[in-house]
Design a protein around this ligand. Structure first.
Ligand SMILES: Nc1ncnc2c1ncn2[C@@H]1O[C@H](COP(=O)(O)OP(=O)(O)O)[C@@H](O)[C@H]1O
Ligand SMILES: [Mg+2]
Length: 255
């Protein structure tokens, strides 16, 4: 099972939107996929059709209370896509991890128990430098960092990449950085252009197709559907992302 973490240390850059649409697109493409929500805000859980107030179990039950990982997993409306959801109580996981031995291994070990069942896992991460985020990054085989078209998101990316390198040199994070995904871009906007140029100059790998900013995304949330469940430029961009990810993972998928 390949484990793709969607991460950047800033809220509002479309991490959860990306995680839900990428996971759904990969599943609609015929792959067996587990979406994992590691953010107590539970946005990916909501986007995938679950009410966090009605979630019976989350990663905290698995890691802290010894629940079997498979017991926490629910199916979604999308064929081939299961979800390990977040409840609002997931915030307690971070506190519990503080006192645990080998805490950075915990999410990886929890996911390892269902690794035979899925080709791919897509993890939505919280926008923080938390122990939960570190444990999720340690579990990842690949990382995608969404960056919205503004300077603050770019600054957050710099912090994130520095942090990643630190934990890589400590042998905690081993994931391959698949690329930066530009999100909420507007053609002809100076901020979009400036972000693009800065990213090009950064030397970081970039996904070629940006995800455009569209009000339809908010309408989708209100309607309880994902962009990749319909037609339109945002769905197209996420379908392209899924294809690019599969291309980059290549023959290794399923191993
Ligand atoms: N392409 C887009 N166009 C317009 N709005 C978007 C787009 N992608 C995400 N959004 C909206 O931006 C907000 C933040 O997105 P979200 O995925 O929750 O970000 P994060 O997980 O990084 O905090 C949400 O309200 C979401 O619906
Ligand atoms: Mg989010």
């Amino acid at each position: 099972m390949k484990v793709i973490a969607i991460s950047n240390h800033k809220g509002g850059v479309a991490k959860s939107t990306t995680a839900a649409n990428l996971a759904a697109s990969l599943a609609l493409d015929g792959h067996s996929v587990l979406a994992v929500d590691t953010d107590p805000q539970a946005h990916a859980t909501i986007l995938l059709g679950c009410d966090p107030a009605e979630i019976a179990h989350d990663l905290e039950d698995v890691i802290v209370h010894g629940l079997a990982t498979s017991e926490a997993i629910v199916s979604t409306r999308i064929p081939g896509l299961d979800l390990l959801p977040a409840s609002l109580g997931l915030a307690r996981l971070d506190l519990a991890l503080v006192g645990m031995a080998r805490r950075e291994d915990r999410i990886g070990r929890a996911l390892g128990r269902v690794a035979e069942r899925y080709e791919l896992a897509v993890l939505d991460l919280p926008p923080s430098l938390s122990l939960t985020a570190l444990s999720a990054l340690a579990a990842a085989t690949h990382i995608i960092a969404p960056v919205s078209a503004d300077r603050l998101a770019l600054a957050a990316l710099g912090t994130f990449v520095g942090w990643l390198n630190e934990f890589r040199s400590e042998d905690v994070v081993h994931a391959e950085f698949l690329g930066v995904l530009r999100t909420m871009t507007t053609r002809g906007s100076r901020a979009t252009q400036a972000t693009f140029e800065a990213l090009q100059g950064s030397g970081l790998p970039l996904f070629e197709t940006p995800v455009p900013k569209r009000v339809a995304v908010e309408d989708n949330v209100a309607d309880g559907v994902l962009a990749v469940e319909g037609a339109g430029p945002v769905g197209d961009a996420y379908r392209q992302l899924a294809a690019d990810v599969l291309g980059k993972l290549g023959a290794g998928i399923g191993a």
